[in-house]
Design a protein around this ligand. Sequence first.
Ligand SMILES: Nc1ncnc2c1ncn2[C@@H]1O[C@H](COP(=O)(O)OP(=O)(O)OP(=O)(O)O)[C@@H](O)[C@H]1O
Ligand SMILES: [Mg+2]
Length: 281
Amino acid sequence: MTIVNDEPGAPTPVPAPPVASDAPAPAPTSPASVPAAIRCRGLSKAFGTARNAVVALDRVDLDVRAGEFVCVVGASGCGKSTLLNLVAGLDAPTRGQVDVVGRTALMFQDSALFPWLTVADNVGLPLRLAGMPKGARQARVEELLASVHLAGQGERRPHELSGGMRQRVALARALAQEAEILLMDEPFGALDAMTRDLLHDELERLWVERSLTILFVTHNVREASRLGDRIALLTSRPGRVAATFDVPFARPRRIEAPEVSEMAGLVTARLRQEVARHGPR
Ligand SMILES: Nc1ncnc2c1ncn2[C@@H]1O[C@H](COP(=O)(O)OP(=O)(O)OP(=O)(O)O)[C@@H](O)[C@H]1O
Ligand SMILES: [Mg+2]
């Protein structure tokens, strides 16, 4: 495990694993041959104006290469959701640039399903909006539901499902958008550990099968160590990339595996330094 990028002037990282570079360079750890699906340069976002301005993000440099699974961790309020919203194009940066190559779909902690629609209609909504004929749509919805292990559940309504099932529906709806890039904002944060574990497996499978690029926000460093190819750690507000960690372990990983715990410990130690430097927000 390697810290591949560390913020200039930051305290020395916790001992043990090798620090590959303290260089203040942005995070392009991707081989030059693999294009960046997401490229953030000097990305800054302030809310409000003048004295009342809240600087949520400050000159964030982050690349996510096509097919990569990158997790973003950081203290509450450090700008993780703001970053995701900027990448999704839901908000505009105050300064800097974000380039996204490919279609994106966003998933939140809350499944954000329409309660009056059936499961099938929720999943099929992007297809209907895209003008897909009913027959083809139904077949595609069945296929998508099967891919998240919800075959035959299409006629149920969201309130009849468990939280984990609702997140599966939300995942199927995201996949229905034919997105190449999934932007996920703590999508499993409200689930119990066992359900989360199952959804980690499913997400990993779909990521491989569909060659997705995933930018996944979580404050759960264990989850980040379980899922990510890389972990980007943001400073407390304003958010900057304080360090990125390569997670080189073979997949599929178990969340309780010793190397995942070790990585989580390393990231947590760095996170603690950040909180100690800036205080809780
Ligand atoms: N629309 C907004 N208007 C004003 N301030 C905002 C807005 N959105 C976010 N902020 C502020 O920007 C900062 C970063 O918020 P953000 O939601 O990105 O944090 P976060 O890292 O996602 O936190 P959490 O882990 O709690 O979800 C916070 O101080 C928040 O109050
Ligand atoms: Mg958030």
